[in-house]
Write a new protein. Sequence first.
Length: 862
Amino acid sequence: MSEVFFVNVKDLDTINIDVDFNEKQRQLKANITAPHINYGGVELDSLAFAMDTDTDKFVFNLKFNALNAGPFNIPKTKISGLQSNNELGLNFSAYHKDKQMMYADVNISGNRERLKLHVLPEQLILNKNEWSIPKNNEIILTENKLAFKNFKINKNTQSIEVTDTLTSVKKQHIAILYKNFKISEVLNYLNPKTQLGSGILNGNFILEEPFNNTGVLANLNVTQLNVMNVNLGILSADAKALGSNSYDVNTTLKEGEIDLDLKGNYTAKSAGATLDLNLDINKFNMKALTGFSQGKITETDGSFSGNFKLNGTTKAPEYQGQLNFKNADFKLAMFNAAFTLKNEVLNIDNDGFSVNNFTIRDENKNTFVISGDVNTKPFINPSFNLEATANNFQFLNAQKEDNDFLYGKATLNASAKITGDLQIPKIDMNVTMGKNTNVTYVLPSATVDVEERDGVVVFVNRENPDAILTRTQEKTATIKGYDITALFKIEKEATTTIVLNEDTGDNFMVSGDGDLNFTMNPNGNMTLAGVFEAQDGHYEMNLYNLVNRRFNVTPGSKVTWSGDPFDAKLDIKALYEVETSASALMAPVFSDDDPSVKGKFRQVLPFYVYLNIDGQLMAPKINFNLDMPEDEQGAIGGQVFGRVQQLNQQEDELNRQVFSLLVLNRFYPDPGSDGSTGGVASIARDNLNDAVSDQLNVFSDKLLGETGFELDFGFDSYTDYQGATPQERTQLDIAAQKKLFNDRLIVRVGSEIDIQGSSSADEATPLIGNVSLEYMLTENGRYRIKGFRRNEFENVIDGQTIVSGIALIFTQEFNKFNELWEALLQGKTTKEKQTEAEKKAAAQALKEKQESTNKSIKDIKK
């Protein structure tokens, strides 16, 4: 639908059309609603149109909730009308935040020879304020004449009057007289949220002979002129009659960000006015572009100037001039890239635009130089003859908040030649991506899935290609194709990250080097030849919203193109490293062996999970395999590595184990095959440990209450595989703690008591095995000193050992590194100071409130 009927429609909700036509009664009723339309970037919200017509009347109602187009944000508007008995009543109203912003009632009556327009004076609202108009106001339209009677609106000292009876003008005319009129009274309707323009308008504007050889007389003055938050100072326009339909023009803009003069004369003719004008742009401060661009251009400085001469006629104007940039600085907000035009010239005339060594400098003073011209004859299809070179030029320096789909840093070296025309531009270029490039591109969710065909068939009438039913676009100079030859070189330090799914965090990062040759013909055929070899990178994916896993791209992974860009040959390997016990993997092999044999496979060993991507780009083949580091392949007599090699030949079992390693970071056990109490029993035992520990701590809290003495319990039951045979062990960890000297000194003593099993048969469990003294050097506890003595069982050979020591502890919570530096250098972070100040303020407020309450009670008692 969008390619056939609505070419420029970007978004379209369901449109409802109800039509009822009664031919016998010659009655037509229609009701059309469109919840949302986005046509070429113009958004219309909640459009509704209703119509009811018959032989006696015509009633219509048009309304919408909002109309957004660039800087315009028109609020809720309603236009309704009723035509009956040769009279048409029109009503216009607009609302902002449920308050009436604009309102006017207009009555049109008469016939083709003589139409009369009358504005009802009962209610006329501009910019949420009532204005007045005489009751007998009229606009009368007859053949080649407009007459006005008492057509003047005013509010306080502001007024606008339209008349055709000025005694100072001899010719037939239409004059608009302004007095202290604030232009925001009208412009605020176009955007009530952000003021588009303001200023105070005085003077007159007169059209002489409005229906034949029209001339302009003006004496206008706008003070305090501000457009899109740009101060423009004072605008003056003066146009005087010289006789013989000739007029003198003198327009100036002064005392603001722009200083310009437009002077000269013109002669009014029915075939088009003859022009002789000079435009002098004395100074155009770059700061004005920040407002005019609506923030798309920021951090501006410097200025440009220029002069232009305009001759010929309004139908065939002739113009020439130039713009001179001097230390003009600006930043493209979308790319957060700063540029400078130090002393550059742009020539403009009827032939087009031309530049000679037009140099753009980035923030590091690296250059992008353009020479040549753009020929605008014909204007609808300009032709190009441009050459450009770039030297380590930085065109991207954005953070995610600047541009949420493309951010990072990007530099390039390039040479390019652009010829051809707008319909088929011809580009020949050689581009090298700089080593400092580190770019992140976020794929839109709608483009993640590849669609080769969309199923739209467009029928074309070859005999009459412009037939309305088969025409898909107007005859305009749109781009029909490209003729591109490009050599791309990617340096190995350049890094690119593609975010595949922003919600889950799936992303692919790669850096490497490559030489690619790309061509594109005007018919759309593309070829790409070359090899890209990865040096580093990763693929990070989210598994069922449970865990995130990162595969590191192995060096030497390649993508090879030899024709169609979408038929690239893939040879990519990515590695995920995991350390886990091999017992579950080896269980099926040694299920009936002695427990001591099976116990040795409880050792934690490193394993590699390889993600292999082969085949073609549009039909990749993805598979997995397992491996071990070369220096670990001989572990436990090489039996584990042999089992891994065997597993790689069993696809179903391999996929199951790979899934388990990725999700659980362990091999998937064969239930009951190892005869152990793993699996469900192990999980139940872990949960029981936590439950017993919690209950013991709850009991101690109830027993000791607020005595200041704390007693902590930890209950742990596990299987110890450190010896020759597995041993079931249960330990109770008891620790007592007391805070002294205003909680500055913390004394903690405790011991681990073996309930089941023992770490050493010859070592008795001490009553007090662990002791620590901790003193807070600072009141907030950020700096502490701690002395400790701790019992530890190292191994079978060393047995039980006693570890003693002293430690200096620094503790700080922080979200940003500058908070850490503040804590180190200043003792308190800004946030802590703010919190402390808030606490003091709250305490003071509470104290004052209590004092006020006590005073009130005393007053009542009196």
